[in-house]
Design a protein. Structure first.
Length: 318
């Protein structure tokens, strides 16, 4: 990816204005098309990412980045050590020139570039959401999830931009992508690194962070996401001639979301405990998880058992 920064000066108020343009090159497009994700370093450029981080820290110090919660039925449970600022909050975001620029100009321009180049996704014309996230450390993490678990979500593209200077091994907070029945992909949250992936195709989580961690995320809706073929696992879709055919089908379909929780039952459970263990959210969230897995397993027992066995072989490197 090429990031172009052009500086202009407004003579009326002597304030420097920045016009930034983010361009996806052909290699980026081919990489994403092949594997449904890509990692891009130097996404914004050193100058832009540095001033953006400074503003993010100022917003956090002002108390404008607030506690993040799980919404669970009618209840809200704290996500320990995780704080967010939704940039749709105009009053708050305008406390930061840089974040306001991301919301009003940088984010929308990126979406238009993605829509232009990633034509196979059929993206909307503007971001559906942009959020700043601050991880306080102390083990702050996210459990496994899909950014688009199904309707009513319309998300199709997730773009996370990391702003962590001098990150080193042991600091934690890595992004873990889990392609269906493939090896885990661990991505370090280093300064000015962007990760783009399909919101409806990648199970993922954030590993426990031992240090403060900043990032912001741009989500883009799809115009044809979550059609019936992507959310309804009907009998006709289960007519496979081999387990290999079944594996390839789910690996390349958003329908993996229907069975993912059951196939990765223990991984889901472990990541939930890492995130909310010992809090008020632990028991209700684990109970909901167990209930969901039980319902899926009853309906698709042979399929789930086969995929669990294949998962184990992959994890052991066989």
């Amino acid at each position: 990816m090429t990031s172009v920064v052009v500086n202009d000066v407004n003579n009326n108020n002597n304030e420097e204005k920045r016009r930034r343009e983010i361009i996806l090159n052909d290699q980026d497009v081919e990489t994403f098309k092949k594997q449904n994700y890509m990692v891009i370093d130097n996404f914004l450029g050193e100058d832009w990412s540095s001033v953006l981080l400074d503003d993010c820290k100022k917003m956090q110090n002002k108390g404008l980045v607030t506690q993040h919660y799980f919404k669970f039925g009618n209840a809200l449970y704290e996500k320990p050590n995780i704080f967010e600022l939704d940039l749709h909050d105009e009053k708050k975001r305008k406390e930061s020139n840089e974040l306001n620029f991301i919301f009003e100009t940088g984010g929308p321009n990126f979406v238009l570039e993605a829509k232009k180049k990633l034509t196979f996704l059929n993206l909307a014309n503007e971001p559906s959401a942009i959020k700043l996230q601050y991880n306080k450390g102390n083990g702050g993490c996210f459990p496994y999830h899909y950014d688009n678990p199904g309707p009513p979500s319309r998300r199709q593209l997730t773009c996370i931009v990391y702003l962590n200077q001098n990150w080193k091994e042991g600091d934690g907070g890595e992004l873990e992508l889990l392609p269906f029945l493939s090896k885990k992909i661990i991505i370090k949250p280093i300064m000015d690194r962007a990760v783009l992936f399909r919101s409806d195709m990648f199970l993922h989580r954030v590993l426990p962070s031992n240090k403060e961690r900043y990032c912001f995320t741009i989500w883009v809706d799809g115009l044809t996401v979550n059609e019936d073929k992507d959310v309804l696992l009907t009998r006709d879709k289960l007519r496979f001639t081999s387990w290999e055919e079944a594996e390839q089908f789910f690996a390349n379909s958003p329908l993996q979301r229907v069975i993912g929780r059951a196939v990765y039952d223990k991984e889901y459970q472990s990541s939930l405990l890492e995130c909310v263990g010992g809090t008020n959210g632990e028991q209700p969230m684990l109970m909901q998880h167990d209930k969901a897995v039980s319902n899926i397993y009853k309906s698709l027992k042979p399929l789930i058992n086969e995929f669990r066995n294949r998962k184990t072989l992959i994890q052991h490197g066989d």
